[in-house]
Design a binder for this molecule. Structure first.
Ligand code: CAA
Length: 286
């Protein structure tokens, strides 16, 4: 299989990552099938894409006609079997292992045998997902960064059974999506979250232990290290539940106490303070 033969990309999940991936794929000229559990959820993804493209029209980056043509390439559905039309699938569902394993088992039954099934997981082992299918050589990690339309990186993660062909096609597809791929192997957190999450977790420890206020912690990292946003604001953008899930994965995977999640992070998640998506995290968004 060659990346040139990919015309239609299936995306599972209309959350912030899935919608961002659909947006980038449609802008890059692909036809996209956006699947989520209900029509309302799938349409929420379309609303997000519409919002991003409307801003691009207002900034003069694209014309109204171009926006219209991009939107016409997106088909939102809540019927899973429609993904059978896809030449390549990216799964960006909830970061829950059971949900992802079920999705991959189901995808395996409906997708044509040559179709590559990629997962945007930030923490679940790709090998474990691959093993749930009868096409483990065609399962790969394709880890986009949030916000997807803005961030240039796609981390491409090989599991042990991932074939070289699958890797090459995914790499080439990432380039066609206007992204810069980087290769990682299938160890907990891959590269991105193995480095990023302990930093965020340490920022939360600094808040927990009273080393600084949320403002001083974020200001130090923004102005002292030239990070575009402070680690606490970034945690709110990513979602505190996702941050906790990734720290748990690192802790479970390496059995090293340096990855233990900060108790304050757990308290926030248990209280439903998940960051921007719930209106409250380390900062208030209401
Ligand atoms: N969707 C689409 N576009 C967005 C956007 C969104 N959610 N948020 C911002 N943008 C666009 C804006 O429209 C703007 O576009 P133009 O340049 O065309 O005007 C551009 O991004 C810059 O936005 P702003 O001027 O509003 O704000 P900013 O300059 O502060 O940038 C930011 C915002 C891009 C989010 C920047 O703060 C940043 O890069 N933050 C760090 C993000 C990061 O680290 N992401 C990785 C998270 S880790 C992850 O995703 C993986 C994981 O597994 C956890």
């Amino acid at each position: 299989m060659k990346a040139d033969t990919i015309n239609t990309i299936g995306v599972i999940g209309a959350g912030q990552m899935g919608s961002g991936i659909v947006c980038v794929a449609a802008v890059s000229g692909f036809t996209v099938i956006l699947y989520d559990l209900t029509e309302a959820l799938a349409l929420k993804g379309v609303t997000y894409i519409n919002g991003v493209l409307s801003k691009d029209v207002a900034k003069g980056k694209i014309t109204q006609d171009e926006k219209q043509r991009i939107m016409e390439r997106v088909r939102a559905t809540c019927r899973f079997h429609e993904l059978a039309d896809a030449d390549f699938v990216v799964e960006a569902a909830t970061e829950n292992q059971d949900i992802k394993l079920t999705i991959f088992k189901d995808l395996d039954t409906i997708c044509r045998p040559q179709v590559i099934c990629a997962t945007n997981t930030s923490s679940i082992p790709i090998g474990r997902i691959a093993a749930a299918t009868k096409r483990p050589d065609k399962v790969i990690g394709m880890h986009f960064m949030n916000p997807v339309p803005v961030m240039k990186l796609v981390e491409i993660i090989r599991a042990l059974p991932t074939s070289q062909e699958t890797f090459d096609v995914t790499w080439e597809l990432s380039l066609k999506l206007g992204k810069t791929p980087a290769e990682a192997h299938d160890y907990p957190g891959f590269i991105s979250n193995r480095i990023l999450m302990p930093m965020i977790n340490e920022a939360i420890y600094s808040l927990y232990e009273g080393v600084g206020t949320r403002e001083s912690i974020d200001t130090v990292m923004k102005l002292g290290m030239n990070h575009p946003m402070g680690p606490l604001a970034l945690a709110d953008l990513i979602g505190l539940d996702t941050c906790l899930a990734i720290m748990e994965t690192l802790y479970d995977g390496f059995k090293d106490s340096k990855y233990r999640p900060c108790p304050l992070l757990r308290r926030y998640v248990e209280s439903g303070w998940l960051g921007r998506k719930t209106g409250k995290g380390f900062y208030d968004y209401t």
